[in-house]
Design a protein around this ligand. Structure first.
Ligand SMILES: NC(=O)c1ccc[n+]([C@@H]2O[C@H](COP(=O)([O-])OP(=O)(O)OC[C@H]3O[C@@H](n4cnc5c(N)ncnc54)[C@H](OP(=O)(O)O)[C@@H]3O)[C@@H](O)[C@H]2O)c1
Length: 288
């Protein structure tokens, strides 16, 4: 009988990670649905039990060295291998650069970028020895295009993109694949979990009006019927993992596809004009 593949997913308490863990388990991956707060595990455990899915929940906070090594050690000791890592944990830090504290920017990178790096470094020795493995890094269409008041988040995802694209070359010879997933807006707990720069909350902030306009624009995008559901992200991740020769990048959602097309077909100045028209000019913040 064919051996069951072992998958590890970070940030499985909700949204994309939750659906990805369930979908992988339904597709015969023995899945470690990891999350930083085990008190959020009741729902996934209930579904796993009801549907007899091969899911185990483990505590893993991507910002904590010990939590990451402890979780990966448990998996290596129990399974002796890890076939798939889905680096999904993340959140969005909003705010104008001037009003973001260094702490807020570092915390953003600590989760979205260094968090993913930390887990990759923990699984790589095992994947290298077994001479196979797939690492899926959940980036964003924001990993390809700058948007106002989003420098910290976009910066963390650009970093993840460049890191993944580069490491791919050194890992190929060991049979390890690296894949980027680039969703547009997805209806998860993402907006509720996003953080606002503390200083920008002050109504006297010179950026208060801009912040209000941009956040209204973002909320509208999430309301649009074109935004994706987390199951779509999970399905794209599964397709990528199952592919013998996966693409480097997979877009998810019509909005991500449209933005990517626009990015490919535009010069920098054309792209900047398009972003301004979409997010700022309509609201009268800047003159045409
Ligand atoms: N939703 C979108 O529109 C969208 C678009 C593009 C990319 N993405 C990316 O998709 C990924 C998942 O986001 P989502 O949309 O599913 O949002 P979500 O519902 O807010 O889920 C985020 C997950 O990340 C976890 N997390 C945050 N910090 C963590 C840490 N230090 N250690 C471990 N887990 C941590 C959260 O855990 P807690 O429950 O403990 O907070 C939660 O499980 C993120 O990387 C995000 O950037 C989302």
């Amino acid at each position: 009988m064919q051996r069951e593949s072992v998958a590890v997913v970070t940030g499985s308490s909700s949204g994309n990670g939750f659906e990805t863990s369930l979908l992988l388990a339904k597709n015969r991956f023995y899945t470690y649905a990891t999350m930083r707060k085990l008190e959020k595990s009741a729902r996934i455990k209930e579904i796993a039990k009801k549907d007899s899915l091969p899911i185990e929940v483990l505590q893993l906070d991507v910002t904590d060295d010990k939590s990451v090594t402890d979780a990966i050690d448990v998996i290596s000791n129990r399974q002796g291998r890890i076939d798939v890592l889905v680096n999904n944990a993340g959140y969005e830090q909003h705010g104008p650069v001037e009003e973001l504290s260094m702490e807020e920017i570092k915390t953003q990178f600590e989760t979205n970028f260094f968090g993913a790096v930390r887990v990759m470094k923990a699984v790589l020795p095992m994947m290298r020895k077994q001479r196979s493995g797939t690492i899926v890094n959940v980036s964003s269409i924001g990993g390809k295009i700058g948007v106002p008041l989003n420098s910290a988040y976009v910066g963390s995802k650009f970093a993840l993109e460049g890191f993944s694209e580069s490491m791919k070359y050194e890992l190929e010879g060991f049979g390890i694949k690296v894949i980027l997933i680039e969703p547009g807006a997805v209806n998860t707990n993402y907006l509720e979990n996003s953080r606002q720069a503390q200083k920008a909350m002050n109504p006297d902030s010179p950026y208060a009006e801009l912040s209000k306009m941009v956040s209204e624009g973002v909320r509208e995008r999430f309301k649009e019927t074109s935004s994706s559901c987390p199951m779509q992200v999970a399905e794209v991740i599964l397709t990528a993992i199952k592919s013998d020769k996966p693409n480097t990048r997979y877009l998810v959602g019509n909005d991500a596809i449209a933005i990517n097309e626009r990015r490919k077909s535009s010069s920098d100045s054309e792209l900047e004009r398009w972003i301004k028209e979409g997010l700022l000019e309509q609201k009268g913040f800047i003159n045409k």
